[in-house]
Design a binder for this molecule. Structure first.
Ligand code: GDP
Ligand code: MG
Length: 147
């Protein structure tokens, strides 16, 4: 009797190369790591986000002390926004990105290999990645409404 094969569903996640990453010329390195891991790019765009988009994107952090400087930083220059697709890509990209604090992030991760503290705590940590399927759906809808 043959056994049914149930494959895991494809997921999508929103990734941002933050303004520090684009300014430092690391967008290609981040995209390369995503592709080398085996995920597929389904959307890609370079743009400077406006305050309204950033307020929605970071709504969960409103009221925290780092919120206003974070929104200002994120609007300070172009970001690369992309959607990557693959099985467990939400968890997988968070793993590629490493811990929020780039000083503490493990070597081998994007933040651990390429990031450091520049005197602004953990604000400039190169990348954003959606943290759950609910966040991913919400964030992809904000950044790529046509998808
Ligand atoms: P992430 O999901 O790993 O990006 O981290 P969070 O969702 O907790 O925070 C969102 C972003 O806010 C982080 O990636 C940092 O850029 C910034 N951030 C988080 N915590 C702090 C903090 O304590 N101080 C500062 N300056 N920025 C922070
Ligand atoms: Mg987060």
């Amino acid at each position: 009797m043959s056994q049914a094969v149930v494959s895991e569903p494809l997921e999508r996640t929103l990734v941002l190369v933050k303004p520090d990453g684009v300014r430092r010329g690391l967008a290609g390195e981040v995209i390369g790591r995503i592709e080398a891991k085996g995920y597929r790019l389904v959307a890609l765009d370079l743009r400077t986000p406006d305050a309204a988009l950033l307020a929605e994107h970071y709504a969960e952090h409103e009221g925290k002390p780092f919120y206003a400087p974070l929104v200002e930083f994120m609007g300070s220059g172009p970001v690369v926004a992309l959607v990557a697709e693959g099985q467990r890509v939400i968890e997988g990209f968070r793993s590629l990105a490493g811990a929020t604090d780039p000083t503490a992030a493990a070597p081998g991760t994007i933040r651990g290999d390429l990031g450091r503290d520049w005197g602004l705590a953990v604000q400039q940590n190169l990348v954003h990645g959606s943290d759950s399927p609910v966040s991913a759906a919400r964030e992809i809808g904000l950044w790529f409404p046509a998808l």
